[in-house]
Design a protein around this ligand. Structure first.
Ligand code: CS2
Length: 488
């Protein structure tokens, strides 16, 4: 089958939307770190919308921080790829053209730093996932003992962490008398802009106080809230896209039609008119971020753990299960009083819209995929909400069941006695703790609660929380996820 390339674009069927601007004039205004499916389905589509209206300055250089596979798939197709939006009513297809080139950081970190430091780069955006920040998720502070940070401090010219790369590039810009680029975090972290600013400053301060002060005075780190459900692309998706577009595309991305992007409008060197694609440029991102992290991601994670334990492979299946759907309603009822509604939003309506998105039968988002990296996700998705509820002296039953389900999941054994493939930076710690505690809910919950990087110093001493978690975990071990949820 013929490959999707610049040359074959014209042979696409008419239903496929394609770049309506001259790609040969794209300059590299944006360098994106962490070129996963999410960024290609989110930031790149918003950028594509602006290029259709004002072509030119905002081409994207994508950088993979670990593996070469994205580059190997995308380069033979001139950076072009299909975005397949799956609505319950049927698919919508669009070829995204904003990606100019793909770099692979470990192959040549200095080349990537040079690209970021070049004057024409005005924004360095990131989707490196929670663990890519090398920070302590409970406090948001840099982990100076993190292996990548230790490496980058010892090898400042060949960094491998996002923070190390940003600091190296900002250092070069300062030395060249250029201003900084805007560092734009697009990850699901609370106060992502402020957290990134702190990490970059703290890392810089470990080697160069003057640089840290320059960053503090001149840097721009807008906060963002990003939203689009984008499951990992499968071989079946690749085959389906080929059938739909009549060309081979080795790197399509699949997403729901819904998308949202709230961005704090503080940029150091200009930005694309992302609002033309519907992004919300705001002065205060926090209300959007609380709403999304707590209501969408908090529910997603809880449903992923409970759903996986109850034998559901996808979110759509799990949220279609009436027992789990009732759980979600109860969970949102606990979360909503802790969330200040963004202007014009009715949180009850937002919850109903989430349920419809979760149930989209055209999207196969695996519970296993969302269950990944719970140690990095729990604090902002569930624990902050629990903290606020306890302060209000309000019920936390559903929230605590979400945490207990995470514990049952990381115990590494499912309800049929089969091994769970737990993917998490702390997986080895979990395995050790599970081995020592066995199926003793008291022992396992106490042992997991003592991980300060996740639970912080206060929550583990809050008996209303620890008791609820322990009781739920015992029930999950005794009678399984479905019966435990049904008995709530
Ligand atoms: C999910 C998110 O994988 C996960 O942890 O909760 O990736 C979720 O799909 C996105 O945040 C939706 O915007």
């Amino acid at each position: 089958m013929t490959r999707l390339t610049t040359r074959t674009l014209s042979s696409l069927p008419a239903v496929v939307r394609r770049p309506a601007y001259d790609r040969s004039h794209l300059s590299p205004g944006i360098v994106h770190l962490g070129l996963g499916a999410f960024a290609r389905a989110h930031l790149c589509e918003y950028t594509e919308d602006t290029l259709e209206l004002e072509a030119g300055a905002w081409g994207v250089t994508g950088a993979s921080l670990q593996r070469p596979d994205q580059r190997d798939r995308l380069s033979p197709q001139d950076g072009l790829y299909t975005l397949l939006k799956r609505a319950p009513a049927g698919p919508e297809l669009r070829i995204i053209g904003c990606l100019r080139e793909v770099m692979v950081a470990p192959e040549d970190p200095a080349a990537l730093v040079a690209r970021m430091a070049a004057a024409e780069t005005r924004i360095v955006s990131l989707t490196v996932t929670e663990k890519g920040y090398c920070h302590d998720p409970a406090t948001g502070r840099l982990r100076a003992d993190h292996h990548d940070i230790v490496h980058d401090l010892a090898n400042p010219d060949a960094p491998r962490s996002a923070v190390g790369l940003i600091v190296a590039a900002l250092k070069a810009r300062r030395a060249a008398g250029a201003g900084p680029f805007t560092a734009l975090s697009c990850d699901n972290l609370p106060h992502n802009g402020g957290v990134l600013r702190g990490l970059v400053r703290d890392f810089a301060a470990l080697s160069d106080d003057g640089l840290a002060q320059w960053i503090e005075a001149n840097g721009a780190f807008p906060a963002t809230m990003v939203d689009r459900i984008v499951p990992a692309t499968t071989e079946a998706d690749i085959a389906e896209v080929a059938g739909l577009i009549g060309l081979e595309d080795a790197a399509p991305v699949i997403g729901e039609p819904f998308r949202q992007w709230a961005i704090q409008d503080v940029f150091a060197a200009g930005r694309p008119a992302w609002e033309r694609g519907g992004a919300q440029m705001v002065s205060e991102v926090a209300p959007f971020e609380f709403m999304k992290l707590r209501m969408l991601n908090g529910a997603h994670s809880s449903l992923a753990y409970l759903g996986y334990l109850a034998g559901h492979e996808t979110v759509s299946e799990a949220s279609g299960d009436p027992v789990l759907a009732r759980f979600l309603e109860g969970l949102w009822a606990e979360i909503i009083p802790t969330v200040p509604a963004p202007q014009g939003v009715v949180l009850g309506d937002y919850a109903q819209a989430l349920l419809a998105r979760f149930r989209n039968p055209a999207i196969r988002h695996r519970t296993w995929q969302i269950a990944m990296d719970g140690s990095q996700k729990l604090p902002q998705r569930l624990l902050g909400t629990i903290h606020d509820r306890l302060k209000q002296d309000a019920a936390i039953d559903h929230l605590a069941l979400g945490v207990a389900a995470w514990m049952a999941y990381v115990s590494g054994t499912d309800e049929k006695g089969a091994t769970i493939d737990v993917s998490d930076p702390l997986a080895a710690t979990f395995a050790e703790k599970a081995k020592a505690a066995g199926r003793n809910a008291t022992a396992l919950s106490r042992s997991l609660l003592s991980i300060e990087a996740i639970f912080g110093a206060d929550l583990p001493h809050e008996p209303r929380f620890t008791r609820a978690v322990e009781t739920h975990l015992a029930a999950l071990f005794d009678k399984g996820a479905k019966a435990t949820v049904a008995a709530l």
